[in-house]
Design a protein around this ligand. Structure first.
Ligand code: ZN
Length: 208
C-alpha cells in the first residue's frame, strides 16, 4: 500500500492514518466502538457505499447530547471531525458574540476612502493603523460616535487634511461628519469673514 503524505501534514495525523490503513487491511473496525474522540463516542460502525467507494460510517453520540449521528470514521480518526457540528456552531456564535465595533468602523472608513480614492483618482496608501477615531472631533469639539446606519453630525468621517494630496499617510484625520462638511464647504478665509460678521451681528443684539 502506498501512502502519499501531503506537505505540512502533522505527525499525529500520520499516526492516525497509519492506524487507519492498518485496521482497514485487517478489517478490524470494531475496535473503535466505545472509544471517545474529542466530543464523540463511537457507538457502532457500519459500512456504506458512497460514490462507489466503501466507507466506514461511525454512529456517534456527542457530548452535547445528540445521539446516533452518522459521521465518516476516517474524518474522526484524522481529527477533522470533533463533534456532531455543535463545536463549530459554538465557535461561530462566540465570534458573533464578540464583535469589535470600533475596528469595524475603522475598516469601513478605510474601505469607503479607498472607493472614493479610486473614483476620484486620488493617491491612497493608508492602512487601518492610520485610522484613529478620537472621542471628540478635533475640528468642532463635538463627541464622535456612530448611532444607527445613517450618518449624523457625530458620525466619524475621514478627513484629508490637504484634499489634493489624497488619502496618504500623515494627511488623514478622523473628525466629525459635521466638522468635515463645514470644512469641505468653506475655506479658512470664508470662515474668518463669517465669524467676523456673526460677531458684529451679536454686538448689535442679534441672537446668532
Ligand atoms: Zn454535539
Amino acid at each position: 500500500m502506498k501512502i502519499i503524505i501531503g506537505k505540512g501534514i502533522r505527525i499525529e495525523k500520520i499516526d492516525k492514518l497509519l492506524l487507519w490503513y492498518y485496521d482497514r487491511t485487517f478489517d478490524n473496525f470494531m475496535n473503535y466502538i466505545g472509544k471517545k474522540y474529542s466530543r464523540l463516542i463511537i457507538k457502532n460502525i457500519s459500512n456504506q457505499v458512497i460514490n462507489g467507494y466503501s466507507r466506514k460510517i461511525a454512529i456517534c453520540n456527542c457530548s452535547c447530547g445528540l445521539e446516533n449521528k452518522e459521521i465518516r470514521l476516517d474524518g474522526i480518526l484524522e481529527g477533522a471531525v470533533k463533534s456532531c457540528g455543535c463545536y463549530s456552531t459554538e465557535v461561530k456564535k462566540q465570534k458573533k458574540k464578540a464583535p469589535n465595533p470600533i475596528l469595524d468602523l475603522r475598516k469601513r472608513l478605510l474601505n469607503s476612502a479607498k472607493v472614493r480614492a479610486n473614483k476620484n483618482n486620488l493617491k491612497f496608501n493608508i492602512t487601518i493603523d492610520d485610522i484613529i477615531i478620537p472621542s471628540k472631533c478635533p475640528a468642532i469639539d463635538i463627541k464622535i460616535f456612530k448611532a444607527g446606519k445613517e450618518a449624523t453630525y457625530n458620525s466619524p468621517a475621514l478627513d484629508k487634511i490637504i484634499p489634493s494630496k489624497g488619502y496618504v499617510k500623515g494627511n488623514v484625520e478622523v473628525i466629525s461628519h459635521r466638522g468635515n462638511n463645514l470644512k469641505t464647504n468653506m475655506n479658512i478665509d470664508e470662515i474668518t469673514k463669517l465669524v467676523k460678521y456673526l460677531r458684529k451681528m451679536k454686538l448689535k443684539g442679534y441672537d446668532v
